[in-house]
Ligand binder design. Sequence first.
Ligand code: AMP
Length: 302
Amino acid sequence: MARDPADRPETARKGRVLLAPEAAERLPGGPPRTEDQKLLRRTERPAFLDSDPWRALRILAEFVEGFDALAAIGPAVTVFGSARAPEGEPTYELARAIGRGLARAGFAVITGGGPGVMEAANRGCREGGGLSIGLNIELPHEQRLNPYVDLGIEFRYFFARKTMFVKYADAFVILPGGFGTLDELFEALTLIQTHRIRHFPVVLVGRAYWAGLLDWLRDTLLAAGAISPEDLDLYVVVDDAEAAVRAVVEGVAASRSEVAPASPSEVAPASPSEVAPASRSEVAPASRSEVAPAARSEDGGD
Ligand code: AMP
């Protein structure tokens, strides 16, 4: 005797639809699958993987991963500078000393995770007991994170990575560098100038290196009316590691109380004894609210 399909365990149900197994075999596309079955089924590489909607999801994933990984890092300073400064050169050693000093002052150090100044700043941070962070970028040639990174993220998209540099930093320290460094410098200045972020400290290291550019900003851009006089106060210039760390500490305190950072001439070098050593475990505890809020993006990135 034929059984009622509703009583048979092999009968497929979807909402109010009921499908006996014999009927399912005759349908185009075969028997219905559960969502898990569809998800787990292996297919050829589908064309949509190379489409913009799928790229948009990858971009979203980079933001989600970045936010998840960096949300709890505590006070941090992003250090930029040449990818080409080799170990032993003055710029490398300067970046290393700055990384060390920032760590001892209680900051995590964020870099692009690559070689040169990035490696030196990560290395110094680790030596100073700080949390050393590298946000690497996929490049045409293979590149690994430098060996001094403790928390590393690999990004495919430049702009997702740049968001992290800004969102999680309380200050920028910028050492001598090339196009990449200039891009990062001017992005920071533009964000501050247009009030996308509060006036957080932007510390240029190396007076002689930056002098030509800074003269040009004043003599050409300002003279042409392309920038305002107060735009020349958006950065400070220092020459050594102690002064750089001090400029960050003072600038962060100033932006915390929403007072404009000191002008370049007011940034006196700090003595090394003012920068107290801290162990790695001593670095993390400072909560973001102790240092950060005033310096971060005003809309909270939401
Ligand atoms: P540049 O001044 O042209 O040497 O570029 C250095 C800056 O650009 C760094 O602060 C990085 O954020 C980024 N950058 C350039 N090259 C690399 C690289 N190989 N790996 C990671 N970041 C890089």
